[in-house]
Design a binder for this molecule. Structure first.
Ligand SMILES: *Cc1c(COP(=O)(O)O)cnc(C)c1O
Length: 396
């Protein structure tokens, strides 16, 4: 039986390889941090993790995880509504709601699940979802699982969004769904304008804060802080796997009735295991730490501003960013791969992205800043960019 599909799969894999789209995984033999050790023993400075606040290897969080493991065990062997809810799960949900200024929170195994399970329980055939064209794959999948009518608007394009809202006026309920920060460009969704349009056209707003929570806004409280619209977004989804510690875990936070109904009907919540205690106690500690101090956000903002300033002065073409994602534009696909490879030889780990991950002829290197980077790391990165950029004729 397997023989037939085996040949088919081999052919498909070969095609992926021929098109230069085969993803190989680089093997790391150290914890995630500003400097990591690769399996060949070499050390590189890491600029491609979502470790925005530098928490992936933070001793306080590791201690909190140890405590959770010791006091509440390895895992729950249950979903939440059977016997999978511990006191700590409720504490973390409350902490997340306090951080975002929302009414309640529901935890998921990952934000992929939060987005996968957010639309279907709330909206039906009579309703409409109006989605940004660059939304994350998990939002797209979540929309697919829901029977609501689908509308799409060009990335962060408010004229187009208004047009789609007008077209969707005959539906019972409408919801606008957007990423807070778009991961390939680093641009922030114009949330103030989105909320104003939602008001004008009687729509709800959902924002995925995976790349924005902990990062944007003076105290890292995300796009609602940046745009001064706290409490005006109905649904926020996010992850514990990026700025907030880097382990795993997702959440949806927002209006009380919405969260209540998700607990009753959201399939990835109802039919998937509870978050493990160690992850939960580390999460609680994470939110306590950023409640008490703004030092990590400030460091991140300083690092990002410094890197952008130095790279712009050096003559690189950077997409304008309000997040800690910095796209260094090279346009040419092959150049982006050669450039990243040479940077790795210089001890700088970044990834070059090209079509179909980004639009054709928009190849780039994505740099992700972290509070864990120090000035020396940033200087080395800029120097390496200048060296390779000169060698490859990008800088003249
Ligand atoms: C990373 C990411 C996710 C997925 O988060 P996980 O918790 O890793 O599943 C969802 N949405 C966006 C915008 C992301 O960047």
């Amino acid at each position: 039986m397997y023989g037939k599909i085996k040949a088919h799969l081999q052919k498909e894999l070969a095609e992926i390889q021929q098109n230069g789209l085969y993803k190989s995984e680089r093997i790391i033999s150290s914890p995630q941090n500003a400097v990591i050790t690769l399996s060949d023993g070499s050390e590189v400075i890491n600029f491609c993790a979502n470790n925005y606040l530098g928490m992936s290897d933070h001793p306080e969080l590791i201690k909190a995880a140890h405590d959770g493991l010791a006091q509440r065990g390895l895992g729950m062997s249950s979903v939440r509504f059977i016997c999978g809810t511990q006191d700590i799960h409720k504490t973390l949900e409350r902490k997340i709601a306090e951080f975002f200024g929302t009414e309640d929170t529901i935890l998921y195994a990952a934000c992929f699940d939060a987005n996968g399970g957010v639309f279907e329980p709330l909206f039906g055939e009579e309703d409409a979802i109006i989605s940004d064209s660059l939304n994350h794959a998990s939002i797209i999948d979540g929309v697919r699982l829901c029977k609501a009518a689908r509308y799409r608007y060009a990335n962060a394009d408010m004229t187009d969004l208004e047009k789609q809202l007008q077209a969707a006026q005959h539906h019972r309920f409408r919801i606008i769904a957007t990423d807070g920060v778009f991961s390939m460009d680093g641009n922030v969704a114009p949330m103030d304008k989105i909320v104003a349009l939602a008001e004008k056209y009687d729509a709800l707003v959902m924002v995925d804060e995976c790349h924005s929570a902990g990062v944007v806004g003076q105290s890292g409280r995300g796009v609602t802080e940046l745009h001064n619209i706290r409490g005006q977004v109905d649904i926020i989804t996010g992850t514990l796997g990026k700025a907030f510690g880097g382990a795993v875990g997702g959440f949806t936070t927002g209006r009380k009735e919405i969260i209540d109904l998700l607990r009753q009907r959201s399939r990835p919540y109802l039919f998937s295991n509870s978050l493990p205690p160690a992850v939960v106690t580390a999460g609680i500690r994470m939110f306590e730490m950023i409640e008490q101090s703004n030092e990590w956000q400030e460091q991140l903002h300083q690092n990002t501003a410094y890197f952008v300033e130095q790279m712009t002065q050096a003559g690189f073409d950077l997409k304008s960013t309000k997040s800690s994602i910095c796209a260094v534009m090279l346009y040419d696909a092959k150049l982006s791969q050669t450039f990243a490879k040479k940077l790795l030889e210089e001890g700088i780990y970044v990834i070059g992205f090209f079509y179909p991950v980004v639009p054709k002829d928009q190849a780039r290197i994505r740099v992700q800043l972290s509070a864990a980077h120090n000035r020396v790391h940033l200087e080395k990165a800029v120097a390496a960019f200048v060296k390779v950029g000169t060698e490859l004729g990008v800088l003249i």
